[in-house]
Design a protein around this ligand. Structure first.
Ligand code: ZN
Ligand code: FE
Length: 256
């Protein structure tokens, strides 16, 4: 199996576009379709021809270019089932535990509701890579719009159970603001402090802070660390459940 090739680029104000390409079969997917122009530029730059769009959820900044890409390339659009806000141009509806082929790779679907009820993440075990869009961010997690904090916590726990070496691509560049918040709930975490200063220098140089890995997030992302003793003591929640600690952290971030 040839190594999966990945092209990440910024679009809209703070979204990331990502193309994945299997050199063996030529299969190429856009993870979400945030904006037509930058996706077309990335296809031109790489010389890849689009075969799929893998949609994570119905928000406009993730599906805006669906129809344009479908029209231009005849791309197959795969995405979550959602009767209320149907994914534009959807050809194949997938849910928890579903698997499909992308070129020579198997893609596993993980339902990760919370930010929206339809949110799914895509995991390619053979490439040790997952696309978590607006569920798991570097040092953060998505705002809970449609689901509940408990649901979001469960979704993040599922992602947290992936192998630590798993590379994670996310939907937005929110890392600097996330880092500034994270140090307020986990001030004694040295790995977090070091990461935070690294992130500040990356952003000052205009560089992306993504992708990340599950291992890095488990060590530094407070939203994956509700079971951490020091965080619990800091919040005065030593006897609370993990879900309660998570909910408190999410609430504090909303008001940060
Ligand atoms: Zn969203
Ligand atoms: Fe988004």
């Amino acid at each position: 199996m040839a190594a999966l090739q990945i092209e990440q680029f910024s679009c809209r104000s703070d979204n990331y576009g990502v193309l994945i390409h299997d050199p063996e079969t030529g299969a190429t997917a856009s993870i979400d379709a945030p904006e037509e122009g930058p996706i077309l530029d990335a296809l031109k730059r790489t010389g890849w021809s689009l075969s799929h769009v893998l949609v994570t959820h119905h928000h406009f900044d993730h599906v805006e270019a669906n129809m344009a890409l479908k029209k231009a390339f005849g791309a197959t659009i795969i995405g979550p089932k959602n009767e209320k806000n149907e994914i534009p141009g959807i050809d194949q509806r997938v849910g928890e535990g579903d698997e499909f082929q992308f070129g020579s790779y198997t893609v596993k679907v993980i339902e990760t509701p919370g930010h929206t009820l339809d949110h799914i993440s895509y995991y390619l075990p053979q490439a040790m890579t997952a696309f978590t869009a607006d569920t798991l961010f570097a040092l953060g997690c998505g705002r809970v719009f449609e689901g509940t904090p408990v649901q979001m916590h469960q979704s993040l726990q599922k992602l947290s159970a992936l192998p630590e070496e798993t590379t994670i691509y996310c939907g937005h560049e929110y890392t600097k603001a996330n880092a500034d918040f994270a140090v307020t709930v986990d001030p004694e975490n040295r790995a977090l402090r070091e990461r935070s200063s690294h992130i500040h220098s990356l952003r000052a140089a205009g560089k992306p802070t993504l992708p990340t890995t599950i291992g890095i997030e488990k060590a530094t992302n407070p939203f994956l660390r509700a079971d951490d003793r020091k965080i619990r003591i800091h919040l005065g929640m030593e006897d609370a459940t993990d879900a309660e600690v998570f909910t408190e952290i999410r609430l504090r971030k909303d008001n940060f």
